[in-house]
Design a protein around this ligand. Sequence first.
Ligand code: GUN
Length: 281
Amino acid sequence: MAVIIDGKRISNDIKDELKARVNEQNIDATLCVIQVGNDPASSIYVKNKKKACEYIGIKSVSYELPDETTEKELIDLVQSLNEDKRINGILVQLPLPSHINSDAVIKAIAPNKDVDGFHPENVGNLCIGRQGFLSCTPAGIIELLKRYDIPIEGRECVIIGRSNIVGKPMALLMLRENATVTICHSRTRDLAETARRADILIVAIGKPRFITKDYVKEGAVVIDVGIHRDEDNKLCGDVDYEDVLPHVSAITPVPGGVGPMTIAMLMNNCVQSALQMTADK
Ligand code: GUN
């Protein structure tokens, strides 16, 4: 029988651990969330982030800016928050409207307040094995594997997807845990054959139910980063869950797998940031 990896439970455990820590150590943390425009999915993510802050005892400030906001206005706001000693985490919700260059905005965030772990300095630190904020979804996946005692060292890990937010940092984190890592993408020649090499298969391809049992080695661990609504308005991932379930040793469901971990790791980064800023004072 496959182990169903319960990301909801683990994320609740992490949030409870953080809440206790914030309370015991009297940690004063404030996250600032910026949303530009009113993309409905982004609004839900932002609401959930603020809710998690409230639960843990992290203060949150939010800016809901109109679609017409210019890149300069947004960067000016980010720079004023960089200077603001009361704020220790800055998060600009993505995607941004197409007239704003996301890379320029991310680069404007002070690396020591970049709780998303997207700033080139934090990505660079991850790449060369130094301390820094980690991208929340990949960090959450490592946490799930560790809390389920799933060994990583020496194992074949195949990652499908090479985004800056998930695929690339995921590969670096698995490498840091001493896995043998392969990254696949849209130009990979025989995707199914490569995916079947994986002891741990991590899928962030952005296509509903794309990964069937043909892509999965018997007994593999399958981690599904995707989230979509199917034609019946039902949530599903990048993996055809029912099809692969009989063949895996462990799998993350959608919903309730990777998704809740992203927010838990964001909260962890906010607490880390507050502790570092207090230590640096
Ligand atoms: N949009 C989708 N996921 C994320 C995330 O983790 N952080 C930010 N800032 N935007 C997102």
